[in-house]
Structures are given as structure tokens and as C-alpha cells.
Design a protein. Sequence first.
Length: 457
Amino acid sequence: LLGVSEFSTRLPAVLSLYGFAFSIFYFFKKHIKKTEATLIALMFLSCGRILFWDSMLGLIDIFYSWTCFLCFMWLLDGALRDKWGKAFLLSYSFAAIGVLMKGLPSVMFQGISVFVLLTATKKLKKLFSIPHILGVFSFLALITAYFYFYQQHNSLDVYFTTLWAESSSRTPLEHKALRSILHFLKFHPDMLFHFAPWTLLSIAFFHKKFFHFLKEKKTTFFLFFLFIANLIVYWISPSTIPRYLIMLIPLSFFIFYFYYQKAKENHLIHSKIIDFIFSYVAVFALLGMLWFIRIHSTKEIDVISISLISAISLFFLYLLFFKKSVFEGIHSFLFVVILLFIVRIFFNLYFLPDKTAKMWETKQKSMVKEIHSITKEKELLILHNSNVDHTAIMYFEMLRQETLRIEHGEMKTNNYYIATKEVLDNIKKQNREIKMVYEFFMIDQWRPLYVFTLKNT
């Protein structure tokens, strides 16, 4: 509907993010106060990885993570209410959607989650029940229906070969032992950094009463085992990157916040440490981030905008420190959320413009425009076995308003072609005369791509 553009590419991720946040609120408000459920949704939106990275990318990961989170919540609801029919049907149906988006990880998430919750509730016999069989049937039916239509246009052999290669490449067996060991050791510090500042609440794990508190509430107890069981798979996978874990982050925030409330009720030192971090240290850290953004920006600060933002900040400071009861005891966390959103405004105004101007993607976009001005009157094709990055393909398709096809057959003199150096060298070995049109580079800046046409003979 919106055509191919940078805006339309990013819009689904942003809409999915808002839908994800609302789902966090909707499901968690069943187990805690609405204000607390709102806070956890805001913590998710304001964690570093979401606020300053994934929310700006046109990737499928946020929507995929949302579907996984919904599967977790429906299974949790089934475990808590001992009503598994709806839980199995909905979770397996959405797991099928996940498989169509990302492949085998959804099978893993669903299998682990079902097994963990049935074990925790001592209901493993449910695996052989009619509701579970119907859930599995819905999973298989959706996938079979998709592949029935898919195989009419594409090869299933290529699909499953690629699926297996992508999945198996992320296992420890496909990597050197040293890399696997380093990943195992760095995993938790990396995740603490990427999803900060709220991951600082993980100090909850280091108190002897943590598991005692977990057992007091079934919801938290089940969420903890869902979180840990699914996390372990990525802990041992050397190719894990932070956005693969987005679906698990709301679960961890719920657990951490629950412990914080219990620690506060019992006057434990951990709650005082957390209050100190988020009431004082975080303020200075966030102000430091604002300063960092400013000194790294060449854009002149607009006096009106900074005055407005400062006034809003002071207003919330007044509410937080003099009218704390308004926020029902969650003032320190809300304070950090507000400051993070203010930092994001500064980030948009003073950091992103400079970053965009210096990004390699911007240079590549300019190159693609030059190529388009040369080739727009004729067909442009990608030669078979030429690996062209997705960014370049998107810009070509935006300008040409058509899908770039891959050429598997005989080349024609009235077409333009994109090829890697290896493919171009093979063509030259066949004594084909070519006319070079343009040389540009992949997103990693070191692999050249060539645009050429065949000379008339």
C-alpha cells in the first residue's frame, strides 16, 4: 500500500513494537497492578537495545519476538488456570507462524516451553491428550498449507537446505572450541549491556531468598523456568546476537521487578541498592549520555527545543521527588523511563543526522542512484551465484519499482547485470566481451560488485 521505501520498511517493526508493548501490559495486568504492568511495558520500550537500535531497523525480529511472547503467555495462562485447550491451539498456531518467519527456533521455543510448564505443573500426561494433539495438528496444518502453495513457485529442496544450514551454523558443533568458550563467558555481560539499564535489576539473583520469593507466586515461578530453559539454548550458541532474545526480555523484567517489590516489603539491602542506582546514579549517567550526544553532533542546538525539553524534565522531577505518591511507589523507575525517552529525543535531533550522513549505507544509496540513472532504460538482473546485500537490493527496487530477478539462463546483450568478482572472472574465461558500467561495494565495504552489459558481437 505504501510502496517500497525506507519508511514502509521500518513501519511494520515500529507497529509490532507498540503491539508487543500492549501485549506485555495486557497479559501482565492479570497478575500484578495495572500501573506495574504499564511500567514493565515501558521498561521494555526503554531498554537500550530497543530504544537505540532495533526500533530503528526494518527487520522481522520484533514481530517474530512478539509472536513468541504470545505463545509463552498463552501457555502460561493454560498452566495457571489448568485450561490447556485454548493454550495449545493458540500457541501452536502462532508457533507455526514463527516457523514460517524464522524456521526451527520456533519449534525449539514451543517444545521447550510446553515441556517445562507441563513438568512444573506435573501434567506431562497432557502431551498425549486430545487438546495437545489438536494443537500439534493446527501447527502442521498451517505449515503444510503454506508449503503446498510455496512449492508451486519455488523449490522445497532449496528452502530446507537453507533452513538447515542457517540453523546448524549457530550450534557449538559448527564453531571452534575457543569461540564457544568465549561466547559462554561473555554472554551474560553482553546481555546485561544491551538491555540496560533494567538488567541491573538482575542483582536479585545474588540473594539467598530469591528462590524463596519465586515460589510464593506461581506466575513468577513459571516465568522463571520459561525464561531460563529458553535462555540456555542461546547461552551455548556462539552465533547468538542480542535481538534473538527480545521475546525473553519481558519475562526477565517481570521476574526482576517482582523480586524488587518483595525485597522492599522485607526491607532487604538489595532494594536500597536498586533505589540508589535508579534514583541517583542513573540520573547522572543519562545526563552524561545527553552530553555525549551533544559533543558528537555538529548540528547547532535549537534553543527552543532544548528549553522545552528542559522544562518538561523539571516538571517530572518535581512530580517524582515531591509528589511521589502519584506513582504508587514506582517513581524511581518511571523517572528513569522518562529520562531515557528524553535522551532518545536528543538522540533523534542531534546524533542521528550526523550518523546517517556518515553511514556506509548512505554512500551505497548514492552509488545505487548513479547506477539507476545509467541502467533505468533496460532490465537489470542479478547473475546467479552473485551475493548482493539486501540494502543494495532494496534501494534498487525502490528506484526501479520492481523486484530484481536472478538470471539463471543465457545472458542477453540488451540487459544490464550485477555480478561479484568471482562470477565476472568466470564470464571472462568464457571469452565473452563485456562493457563495464560501474563498480560499487557491498555493505561491508570490501567486496566489490560490478554492473556490466555484454558487447554486441
